[in-house]
Ligand binder design. Structure first.
Ligand SMILES: Cc1ncc(COP(=O)(O)O)c(C=O)c1O
Length: 428
């Protein structure tokens, strides 16, 4: 059955649409997937962080059914509906900072980031955007321009939109200035002022778009002071700070928005992935005066804020808050990081181990060096799959094992998944 489906997939779907394993889902619940192959898998990939409330979360499923019985499709521009307002109201109530805020809904993370850029340019009347090394912001042409990984994302798809400038990310394990934290004096932050001399006039920069914790680029966590300094610099020059929370948001790091870990308040937030419990939905949120700047009709889209996705999002957000998912993320993260740290002592190919809440990862390196080992990383992912654990890698060098398990994972499933991974590391 699975083999037949795989052959059909190869016949019908272009190879660019990648797969990290050969699973076809029959059904899924919590952190478990049962495949068409009759096997049960523990899901540490969580649809790349889209399932923090778990596969088929019963409250989400119930909300979807209830909404679908009333109406499934309504373009918000031609006939408004209440679930849209409920989602935005809930998200804005979680946005840090005491000032008026507004938000609207779109379909995907990339679309949210594109809209954040549009709004920042409109508000500031400035053309340029600062992004970072190791960033991932999506697969549309603008977000690809903002993304920092050639293979497989960018190669062959250019030319890309202009007006994008790239700063080094505070990636302490692979410091772009070959310094070590905290003796470095936060050179990556002071460098921004140099950048404004050598690359772009700050008065021509609309926004800095940053993942407060890097996702696809390998779960890189900046020092807290870096984010504080970045906020100071953006304020000094009237540049908007956009936090791309698409992967790190929704409780993954132990806070609803990952930027809350740094005590910094951004001007715009983009969120997607887990916010509708697995259904497609994304949001752009921000300071009211910024969000209100574009003209009537300048923002939106046909499907943005589909009522079924909105009903799912209301249920997913309520579930996350009532079930203390952010606290659970911290518990999961503690457990995972303890195991990862022990592996670092034991296995010479485990390099840096890092995590914030349940956003945890380790680098796979060539023994005796920090050189990324992409081949071993992909063998780990493959061997884990063969043993019933779904994993995904990350990092611009594709050498990071990251975990994005649903935060509703049961203790025994977490333990089983970590044990499978440990066995794989022993064998690899
Ligand atoms: C930080 C970040 N921004 C944007 C995106 C793009 O989101 P989507 O795939 O929903 O377009 C992703 C996807 O992984 C992401 O991790």
């Amino acid at each position: 059955m699975s083999q037949e489906l795989l052959e059909k997939k190869n016949r019908l779907i272009p190879r660019g649409v990648y797969n990290t394993n050969s699973v076809f889902v029959e059904r899924a619940e919590g952190a478990l997937i049962w495949g068409k192959d009759g096997r049960r898998y523990i899901d540490f990939a969580g649809a790349i962080g889209s399932l923090n409330v778990g596969h088929s979360n019963p409250r989400v499923v119930e909300a979807v059914k209830r909404q679908a019985e009333k109406f499934v499709g309504s373009c918000f521009h031609t006939a408004m509906h209440e679930p849209y307002l409920q989602v935005v109201e809930k998200l804005l109530s979680l946005y840090p900072g005491d000032f008026p805020k507004k938000g609207f809904l779109v379909n995907s993370g990339a679309e949210a980031v594109e809209n954040a850029v549009k709004i920042a340019r409109h508000f500031t009347s400035r053309p340029n955007i600062l992004v970072f090394e190791h960033a991932f912001h999506g697969r549309t042409l603008l977000t690809l321009a903002m993304t920092s990984k050639v293979m497989p994302y960018k190669k062959g798809f250019g030319p890309f939109p202009t007006g994008i400038y790239r700063l080094p990310y505070p990636y302490c394990y692979r410091c772009p200035f070959s310094l070590s934290y905290s003796d470095c004096g936060l050179r990556c932050a002071s460098y921004i002022e140099d950048f404004f001399v050598t690359h772009v006039d700050p008065q021509e920069v609309a926004a800095v778009v940053i993942e407060p914790v890097i996702g696809e680029g390998g779960f890189v966590i900046p020092p807290r002071e870096y984010m504080v300094k970045l906020r100071e610099i953006t304020e000094k020059y009237g540049i908007l700070l956009v936090a791309d929370e698409v992967q790190a948001g929704f409780c993954r790091t132990g806070k609803f928005f990952s930027i809350e870990n740094f005590g910094v308040v951004p001007d715009i937030i983009t969120i997607a992935k887990s916010m509708a419990g697995g259904l497609p939905l994304a949001a752009v949120l921000g300071r009211a005066e910024v969000m209100d700047h574009p003209q009537v009709g300048g923002l939106g889209g046909t499907f943005g804020g589909n009522p079924v996705s909105c009903a799912a999002a209301v249920a997913a957000i309520d579930f996350a808050l009532e079930e203390n998912l952010c606290e659970r993320a911290v518990e999961i993260g503690d457990k995972v990081l303890k195991r990862f740290s022990a592996w670092k002592e034991r296995f010479p190919f485990v390099g840096d181990v890092r995590g914030l809440g349940a956003m945890a990862a380790f680098e796979v390196v060539k023994v005796g060096s920090k050189d990324p080992d992409k081949e071993t990383t992909s063998r780990i992912v493959q061997m884990a799959y063969e043993r019933g654990l779904l994993l995904i890698s990350a990092g611009v060098y594709s050498n990071v094992i990251r975990v994005l398990m649903p935060l509703v994972i049961r203790e025994e499933e977490l333990e089983e998944g970590l044990s499978i991974l440990e066995e794989v590391l022993e064998e690899v």
